[in-house]
Design a protein around this ligand. Structure first.
Ligand SMILES: Cc1ncc(COP(=O)(O)O)c(C=O)c1O
Length: 383
């Protein structure tokens, strides 16, 4: 099987698995305990925090370990909403966010908050001008993702950050779950107050992530209890997963900037090859997309049928985001960008990772071409 669904999740790096196992076996103490086993565990936690802080270019005290992207997004958005509701109850986000942001905003609307969902262009990109116009005196938060998980579109985070510098009371949250390890992230330069990270998207364990919270920013915690993570995220730390995530970060650093460039050369082969298949439309923008995602449509064809035909030939891809696969409903994200039900219903996402090669991309294109050719006559017959 050739795994081409790395945006849904990645296969953990073997060295990450090793570190998780060793941490479970050896560092089983509670980091809050005062004895030797507790101190050992606390030390591992401290090292992991230092690794994460160095990688993101922030202070260790600005790193909060969470259970992943969903929790980081919830903690950031609800934390701001609860803390600053007396100042204002308006939030700006986009129509293409992951449900871990979008549905949180929907939930906050039920609690009396007002949310502006910015539209996107056909590439899935928001306009900074639209954002500027949406700002109101009662706006407390802007939440925009860095890389879109379905299309791979990169949002203008630096420009949004620059705009928001003129509005110092508005906080800026970025869901960077799909961009870590693929694109540089400049927290300070871009004026980011809160940033969400998830380890399983970069060969780390599931159920662990980071919320970067700018120093001095006080928010209402989502989880109350024992006061771990500076009182912002209570609960005994998931030490094996945190150690595994730190290992995954170290491995990203070792791979260096050549790896995103290598991924981009693989997706380039996919884009060009797939575009030549009759009836194929490439949805991922040719400029300003992340290196690891290609989304294409075959209007008239059911995405699931193509997905299973590809699976029979040994290729694993995705229809829409793994986290929102309500049957027969076109993806909200693709509808917002493409405004075309047929294209949205026939879209497949191919997302590559460290184990994929150019040769696999070429073989995939050939297999996709065969699949499309074998499905098409049945479509005509049905019509
Ligand atoms: C952009 C984005 N945000 C958030 C999440 C949720 O992250 P997690 O699976 O760690 O909860 C995902 C996962 O698919 C994602 O792609």
């Amino acid at each position: 099987m050739i795994y081409l669904d790395n945006s849904a999740t990645t296969r953990p790096h073997p060295q990450v698995v090793e570190v998780v196992k060793r941490a479970m076996e050896t560092y089983y103490g509670n980091p809050s305990s005062l004895h030797q086993k507790g101190l050992e565990a606390e030390n591992i936690l401290k090292q992991a925090r230092a690794v994460a802080a160095r990688f993101l270019g922030c202070k260790p005290s600005e790193i909060i370990f969470t259970s992943g992207g969903t929790e980081s997004n919830n903690a950031a958005i609800k934390g701001v909403a609860m803390q600053f509701q007396s100042r204002g109850r308006h939030i700006i986000t986009t129509s293409v966010e992951h449900p871990a942001v979008y549905d949180v905003c929907k939930q906050l609307e039920e609690f009396g908050f007002s949310v502006t969902y910015l539209p996107v262009d056909s590439a899935g990109r928001v306009s900074v001008e639209d954002l500027k116009r949406a700002i109101r005196p009662d706006t407390i938060l802007v939440s925009v993702m860095h890389v879109n998980n379905e299309l791979g579109t990169v949002q203008p985070i630096a420009e949004i950050g620059a705009l928001l510098k003129q509005h110092p009371k508005i906080l800026f949250h970025v869901d960077a779950v799909q961009s870590v390890g693929k694109l540089p992230i400049r927290l300070k330069e871009w004026g980011i107050d809160l940033l969400s990270v998830s380890a399983h998207k970069f060969y780390g364990p599931r159920g662990v992530g980071i919320l970067y919270k700018r120093e001095g920013l006080i928010l209402q915690p989502l989880l109350m209890g024992g006061g771990q993570e500076g009182g912002f995220r209570s609960g005994t730390e998931n030490l094996p997963a945190i150690a595994g995530m730190a290992k995954a970060i170290r491995l990203l650093e070792e791979m260096g900037p050549e790896e995103p460039a290598r991924l981009a050369s693989i997706t380039q082969v996919l884009r060009q090859g797939l575009a030549e298949i009759p009836g194929c439309v490439v949805n991922t923008p040719s400029e300003g997309a992340a290196p690891h995602i290609v989304n294409v449509s075959f209007p008239g064809m059911k995405a699931e049928v193509l997905l299973h035909a590809l699976e029979e030939r040994g290729y694993l891809v995705s229809t829409k985001s793994a986290c929102s696969s309500k049957a027969n409903e076109p993806s909200r994200v693709l509808m917002a960008a493409l405004q075309d039900r047929e294209r949205a219903l026939s879209a497949i996402r191919i997302s590559v990772g460290r184990e994929n090669t150019i040769e696999e991309a070429r073989a995939f294109v050939a297999a996709a071409s065969e699949c499309v050719a074998s499905i098409r006559p049945h479509m005509k017959a049905k019509a």
